[in-house]
Design a protein around this ligand. Structure first.
Ligand code: PMP
Ligand code: PLP
Length: 540
């Protein structure tokens, strides 16, 4: 619960689906509100005695929150000798901290297994809930007073519950032209269709959104005007695009005007990397760990919550990219009416993240404290920045890369820096002729400023088979050759919200993630990529 001077959420209950309205309180869960009463003897629930839980204590060794603060930069693109020197004197960043969660602690309100492993409320254990509320209020700053937090089992689960709570079969959800396929797979079987909106270098276009909503023809589209949007605003999957404050404000205003609920799926929020700087200009590296906490938090693109004075944003946060995907835990931040319905949905499905997850994450956050968790997030941001830089630096080394002029027909996303790549070694492109040393473009990309992905736009237009076969299948032909050559990447068509539009009006794409492979494998991958794509354009 937030700040008193802010307005309360408006009543948006007309957005609830028929299914969400039909849910009643699980009769047994309704008793839970009495459980906490001091001295009450409860014989109501079918609760096993904690005596029979075979875990007496859960112990773990966790990393120090400054683990990534002092990692010397191994690629020469370092932030100077001073920081390297300082790293020599910094605390032992490889030491671990032992944590321990007992079944019965001496202070009963401490994190404990007797409660965490017992049936509980879908909201989650109070210790984790309160830490997350404080974090959300500080970091995302919802613009209304009664923003409510509720645990879920990761953003996949969060989105799934949001769809059943907000959408009826036969409705459409606004999505970006290119989007996360699992989000679509959540909707389709429920009879909820994707309504694509065009994108630019910052993700969803506000003008594109207005056009779709203002020109909505329900009869022609065969569905009512969409009242829900699904959006990945930071390090978008698959394009890597990040949306700045101004665009978010524009989109939020349009959503107020057309009464649209924004579901903000934001797993990459803390992987903000800043602009990519060419190595020749990289005099000092952008490092999140060099900033104060307040500077760091202010440097991050704001959440839609920061503009949300009505409570029409359902924000999905996940620990998948900040702790571990297998922990299966995250949280909703939304208005209290939606939170109550989402909690009812949880009562009859997941209930909440596993008790083991809740105590372990709860204990990590308690041990690190706010300051430590933010330090951890800064460290992660710094690591992903290094990876992003390393990947693009390697592309620079293996291809001839130049910045596309703003007025070039290859610059599909005006206003953003786009690099265009051709094969190394000068050769003239006969078709363009006139003696100009025009190189044959192979692919181009906007260097991502967040997340794990780089989205390559293929330039197959010079390929001799371009006119004969659908572009999507040319993309797949190249993809198969890469896979056979030993490199697996994401084929662009997998991410199209509208598969027919993607073949008709877009060039091919690939999504490559730089989040996981080590540096040596990334170099090998780019070697394979360079050899295969160059050959693909040569021998036809
Ligand atoms: N089905 C029945 C018949 C039950 O009695 C219970 C628990 N009381 C459950 C399901 C809930 O099981 P779980 O904890 O595995 O979700
Ligand atoms: N949403 C997006 C946009 C993602 O890219 C991913 C993971 O790849 C997820 C959700 C899955 O998140 P979670 O592990 O929290 O279910």
């Amino acid at each position: 619960k937030g700040v008193a001077s802010l307005p309360e959420a408006i009543d948006l209950s007309h957005h609830l689906s028929a299914l969400a309205r039909a849910r009643s309180v699980s009769p047994l869960k309704n008793l839970a509100r009495y459980y906490g009463r001091p001295g009450i003897i409860s014989l109501a629930g079918g609760l096993p005695s904690p005596e029979y839980f075979p875990f007496d204590t859960v112990k773990a060794d966790i990393l120090s929150s400054d683990k990534f603060v002092s990692t010397p930069d191994s690629h020469g693109s370092s932030s100077g000798p001073l920081s390297w020197l300082l790293s020599l004197f910094s605390s032992e960043s490889d030491s671990t901290i032992p944590i321990s969660i007992p079944k019965y602690p001496s202070t009963p309100t401490d994190l404990n297994l007797a409660t965490a492993l017992q049936y509980g409320v879908a909201r989650g254990i109070p210790q984790l809930q309160s830490t997350i509320v404080a974090f959300t209020t500080r970091v995302f700053q919802p613009a209304y007073a009664d923003a409510t937090v509720l645990l879920h089992v990761g953003n996949t689960d969060g989105w799934s519950k949001a769809v059943t709570t907000l959408c009826n079969p036969g409705e459409g959800v606004l999505v970006s032209d290119w989007t996360y396929p699992s989000a679509l797979e959540t909707m389709y079987p429920q009879g909820v269709r994707a309504v694509p909106v065009r994108m630019d270098g910052q993700g969803m276009s506000a003008t594109g959104l207005r056009e779709v909503l203002a020109g909505w023809d329900a009869a022609a589209r065969g569905m009512p005007r969409p009242h829900v949007m699904y959006i990945v605003p930071v390090g978008q999957n698959p394009t890597g695009a990040t949306m700045g404050a101004e665009r978010k404000q524009e989109i939020y205003n349009i959503c107020v005007e057309f009464d649209v609920i924004i579901v903000e799926d934001d797993p990459y929020y803390f992987l903000q990397e800043g602009p990519y700087v060419h190595p020749t200009q990289r005099f000092s590296t952008f490092k999140q760990t060099d900033m104060s906490d307040d500077q760091y938090l202010a440097s991050l693109a704001p959440s839609f919550l920061k503009f949300d004075y009505q409570g029409r944003v359902v924000r999905l946060d996940t620990f998948s990219k900040t702790i571990a995907p297998g922990s299966r835990a995250g949280w909703f931040t939304c208005n209290p009416i939606f939170a109550e319905r989402l909690e009812r949905a949880a009562e009859t499905s997941s209930q909440g993240p596993s008790g083991f997850t809740q105590v372990l994450i709860g204990k990590v956050l308690q041990t690190w404290q706010d300051k430590g968790y933010i330090q951890w997030l800064k460290g992660l941001g710094t690591e992903y920045t290094r990876r992003r830089n390393f990947f693009i630096d390697t592309l620079l080394a293996k291809f001839h890369l130049e910045v596309v002029p703003a007025d070039s027909p290859h610059n599909l996303f005006p206003g953003t820096v786009r690099y265009i790549a051709s094969a190394k070694g000068a050769y003239l492109d006969e078709k363009r002729g006139s003696g100009a040393a025009a190189r044959k473009p192979l692919f181009s990309f906007v260097p991502p400023t967040s997340g794990m992905f780089i989205w390559l736009q293929l330039h197959l237009e010079d390929h001799p088979k371009f006119k004969d076969v659908a572009k999507e299948s040319l993309e797949m032909q190249l993809w198969v050759k890469l896979a056979e050559g030993g490199l697996l990447i994401g084929p662009g068509n997998m991410f199209a919200a509208d598969k027919t539009a993607s073949t008709a009006s877009y060039p091919g794409h690939f999504r490559i993630s730089f989040s996981n492979a080590d540096d040596a494998d990334l170099v090998k991958a780019i070697d394979i990529f360079a050899a295969v794509i160059t050959k693909f354009h040569q021998d036809v």
